[in-house]
Design a protein around this ligand. Structure first.
Ligand SMILES: Cc1ncc(COP(=O)(O)O)c(C=O)c1O
Length: 415
């Protein structure tokens, strides 16, 4: 039995009342972005209707109010991830920008030719391409930890690859394709014992389980508001105390400076040193409402609910002979993401049939092309769950898959 009252939760999400192709919407694309509760939408409207103003600059009431609300969310975010204080939390546009910030502001300052960065083969392009650009410009070498047959990282690869030249280990907490939850605390311990820093891509973990950056002992953590009931256009970079002070600025401009002379400038205190220009005030404030919503549910309850749905989905999908599931077999070892294929039917065709059933899934390479190559497939379909999903929605997904199997049967049975 789920520890979340899904019926009540669903009432909070206006979009879940709509139909798609005449069928009730079954939204199973939560790893891409989640739907927004009324509280988040209301916070946005309330800001624009009542205290829209630029922050940190004005001395008028509206600006003071907007500044206070914006900074409150920084504090809320810090609490939510177990960070020691708001000065360790930088608002960016998304996970991608947070990782690019580290690549520019830390990487370009500290890394030298021949230094090494350890990544894994399951990384999202967001945690790969910024390091490729850095490697191209600095002569840093990238190394990759492989996965085993169940999609788990190979521990011996970490032991072998993290060496005296390793400066950074940058890993996803949870794979957006395999669902694998990685042992980031153990990895951080090993990396630190060998003198390397650790960046955790928390895009798929922070929204779905209790994450404590202090307990995990990571140096950086990146995640996106839009994947955790919040609006688009807000990301977070957590950095261990002291790191932001030492690093170079990322973008230059207003807000991030202290004193500006014609030829040179000095920098604002952290975290504002990394928030050049007018930030996304309205969406940060609405992100605060998303955090409150998740806190009210309780992150352990969110995780338990998703584990239940994932276990149900894994069992149901395993019962279809033509289905191949990627990633660990047990729900315990994975988050609420299930990537699969139906015979050799292209996942886009499968996605189109599912769409006719009102079921929204993702189909493609999921911004993880090296992983697709490693799995020896071009693309997969992917169902991903969140707090408002019900078990019977998995049944609807299966109905659609069975129909696709019948309709394209001659293709599916070729596999
Ligand atoms: C594991 C992982 N990392 C990074 C990202 C990038 O997130 P964003 O597009 O919000 O920057 C995603 C998005 O799907 C993801 O799943």
């Amino acid at each position: 039995m789920s520890s979340i009252d899904v019926g009540r939760v669903r009432d909070d999400f206006p979009i879940l009342r709509r139909t798609v192709h005449g069928r009730p919407l079954v939204y199973l694309d939560n790893a891409a972005t989640t739907q927004k509760p009324r509280a988040v939408i209301d916070a946005l409207v309330h800001y624009y209707e009542n205290y829209n103003a630029n922050i940190h600059r004005g001395i008028h009431a509206l600006s003071e109010e907007a500044t206070a609300r914006y900074e409150e969310v920084r504090l809320k975010t810090a609490h939510f991830i177990g960070a020691p204080g708001p000065e360790t939390v930088v608002f960016t546009r998304n996970t991608t920008e947070s990782i690019n910030l580290v690549a520019h502001a830390w990487g370009r300052r500290y890394l030298r030719p021949g230094d090494e960065i350890v990544l894994t083969i399951m990384e999202h392009h967001s945690n790969l391409v910024p390091w490729q650009l850095l490697a191209r410009d600095t002569g840093v070498k990238l190394q990759f930890v492989d996965i085993d047959d169940e999609g788990r990282l190979i521990w011996d690869d970490f032991e072998r690859l993290i060496g005296p030249r390793t400066r950074l280990v940058s890993i996803t907490h949870m794979s957006n394709v395999l669902g694998t939850i990685n042992p980031v605390k153990d990895i951080a311990e090993l990396a630190h014992s060998r003198g390397a820093l650790v960046l955790v891509d928390g895009a798929q973990s922070v929204p779905h389980m209790a994450v404590d950056v202090s307990g995990l002992e990571c140096d950086f953590m990146a995640f996106s508001a839009h994947k955790m009931l919040g609006p688009t256009g807000v990301g977070v970079l957590y950095a261990r105390q002291g790191l932001l002070e030492e690093m170079d600025p990322f973008l230059g401009g207003g807000e991030m400076i202290s004193r500006v002379l014609p030829e040179q400038s000095t920098w604002n205190d952290v975290p504002w040193k990394y928030e050049a220009g007018t930030p996304n005030i309205a969406d940060v404030i609405a992100f605060g409402a998303a955090i409150e919503y998740l806190q009210a549910l309780g992150m352990d309850a969110v995780r338990a609910h998703e584990k239940e749905i994932t276990a149900y989905a894994l069992e149901a999908l395993s019962a279809v002979p033509q289905v191949t599931i990627y990633g660990p077999r047990e729900a315990e070892a994975r988050g609420g993401v299930v990537a699969f294929n139906l015979g050799d039917l292209h996942p886009h065709d499968l996605g189109t049939v599912l769409d006719r059933h009102g079921v929204a899934v993702r189909a493609g390479h999921h911004c993880a092309q090296p992983l697709m190559r490693r799995l020896d497939c071009v693309a997969t379909a992917r169902a991903s769950f969140y707090v408002y999903n019900r078990l019977d929605e998995v049944d609807t997904l299966l109905e659609g898959i069975r129909e696709a199997d019948r309709f394209f049967g001659h293709v599916a049975t070729r596999a």
